[in-house]
Design a protein around this ligand. Structure first.
Ligand SMILES: [Zn+2]
Length: 274
């Protein structure tokens, strides 16, 4: 299983200079809150193209990115064609490849547009920026770009065992410690702080492993390993966690959430790669 953003040999192109008017084979994306519209054909869900829509849909479409030679656009109004249905955005994780990645990434741009209708300095309605993927205020010149927050993942190891937590929000899986990077600290300092806060232990030798864009939460996940430094006695942070524990490689099951970097870190440790 690959992570959500790993779509090779296909290539994601987020260069806004690639913006062009849509052609019939391009993909249209429509969202409403946490729902996404998909083509539902013979039990196979997926993206739909402008070929399937009324011609005026191409005029209102807003370019967001390309994958290979196909451009992807946001629609403002819901298409009424048959065979298109709304599904929870969370169900995109059941799809695979470029389809899942495009739906989830498009959702981040949809929410960026929806949440930036007015200037936060002077309350004037914002307009689309002429050259950048941004919105700007025609009154005061304020420009806002898509925002996302860095969040660390910390897989704490001690020889052949690792420390995993079960969060209150995602109680169905064991995961590394996760948390947002705060203003004024480095990623490594965030790892040490979060592990101490959530599990009550100290770590050293913080080592970068990989990163992953995670559009579901407007975050960029940065994954690290860190070695236990001192006592292994855990004290789980009650407000965030159900529990925290030490697990030997041999007792870990195949991680079900390997489309996420958190799941992959656990899987790589189980397989002896970390
Ligand atoms: Zn303004």
């Amino acid at each position: 299983m690959r992570m959500l953003h790993e779509i090779a040999p296909h290539k994601y192109n987020n260069c806004y200079g690639a913006k062009r008017p849509p052609v019939p084979k391009d993909v249209a994306l429509y969202y409403d809150g946490s729902m996404v519209m998909m083509k539902n054909h013979s039990d196979s869900r997926g993206c739909f193209t402008f070929e399937q829509l009324e011609p005026q849909a191409m005029q209102e479409a807003e370019y967001i990115f390309s994958i290979d030679d196909t451009a992807y656009y946001l629609l403002e109004n819901a298409p009424q064609q048959e065979g298109l249905e709304m599904y929870p955005i969370s169900s995109c994780r059941e799809l695979c490849g470029t389809t899942a990645f495009a739906f989830v990434t498009g959702w981040q741009f949809y929410r960026f547009r929806k949440e930036h209708k007015f200037c936060s300095c002077c309350a004037t309605p914002l307009e689309r920026h002429a050259t950048d993927r941004a919105y700007q205020c025609p009154n005061c010149g304020f420009v806002c770009y898509p925002k996302f927050s860095p969040a660390i993942l910390a897989l704490v190891t001690d020889g052949d065992r690792c420390m995993l937590v079960r969060s209150r929000r995602f109680s169905s899986s064991l995961s590394p410690v996760a948390g947002f990077v705060e203003v004024g600290e480095s990623f490594e300092e965030a790892v040490m702080r979060e592990v101490l806060e959530e599990a009550g232990i100290k770590v050293k030798d913080v080592r970068y492993i990989a990163s992953q864009p995670w559009s579901y939460g407007d975050t960029i996940m940065i994954g690290f390993t860190a070695k236990l430094d001192g006592s292994d006695k855990l004290c789980a942070q009650q407000s965030e966690l159900l529990d925290a524990g030490w697990y030997h490689r041999s007792e870990l099951e195949d991680n079900r959430f390997r489309d996420s970097l958190g799941g992959q870190l656990v899987q790589w440790f189980k397989e002896g790669k970390l």
